[in-house]
Design a protein around this ligand. Sequence first.
Ligand SMILES: C[S@@+](CC[C@H](N)C(=O)[O-])C[C@H]1O[C@@H](n2cnc3c(N)ncnc32)[C@H](O)[C@@H]1O
Length: 209
Amino acid sequence: MSHSVKHPLFARFYARLAQHEDERGNADNRHELLAGLSGRVIEVGAGIGSNFAHYPPAVTEVIAVEPEPFLREKATENAAHAPVPVRVVDGLADALPAEDGSLDAAVASLVLCSVPDQAVALAELRRVIRPGGELRFYEHVVSNRESRRKFQRFMDATIWPRMAGGCHLTRDTRGEIEKAGFILQRSRRFQFPPGAVGLPHILGSARRP
Ligand SMILES: C[S@@+](CC[C@H](N)C(=O)[O-])C[C@H]1O[C@@H](n2cnc3c(N)ncnc32)[C@H](O)[C@@H]1O
């Protein structure tokens, strides 16, 4: 069955942007995101597979879920060169193709901004991670500065989600991860790209109780 995320223009733009951003330092963030993982992992909204090269050898399998057809095709090509076994599949964050508690970890990288409902996606991630397993996250989030927040709210209410494949700028993803019942282990906050034009990001890990 085919799933329903189709953003042909954004997908083509994002495929180039992701490579460009990796060259500008994002590859280091991806490396930090995945360091120390082991066992079976599910990655939701894998895009072109920019994370694949950074999975450590102790990871035995990655199920990479990507609903957008163009991005999924690129991810499938990139999976062939990954250092660990990666299976790219069609699917959505709110109905993950995995059994309850069957995975050691899940990875959400620049995707919880785009899912239609964060609470539903996080409940689904919690369902598939085993007790004691980890959610690794790397996400852009709402600004701490009121003037910036106002601008972000304006963008979210107007053109941004339509331009950027359903992305939202004003999400408090760290708060939502905790509300979903995960126990925060660590979360680093920083601007990326560095400097005034960057967006606030969080990168860290939360445990499924
Ligand atoms: C900004 S891209 C990030 C891609 C990749 N994770 C990365 O780190 O570069 C957002 C991704 O989320 C995917 N996506 C959007 N809605 C989704 C949903 N409901 N379920 C799963 N993935 C979704 C998009 O197709 C896209 O690949």
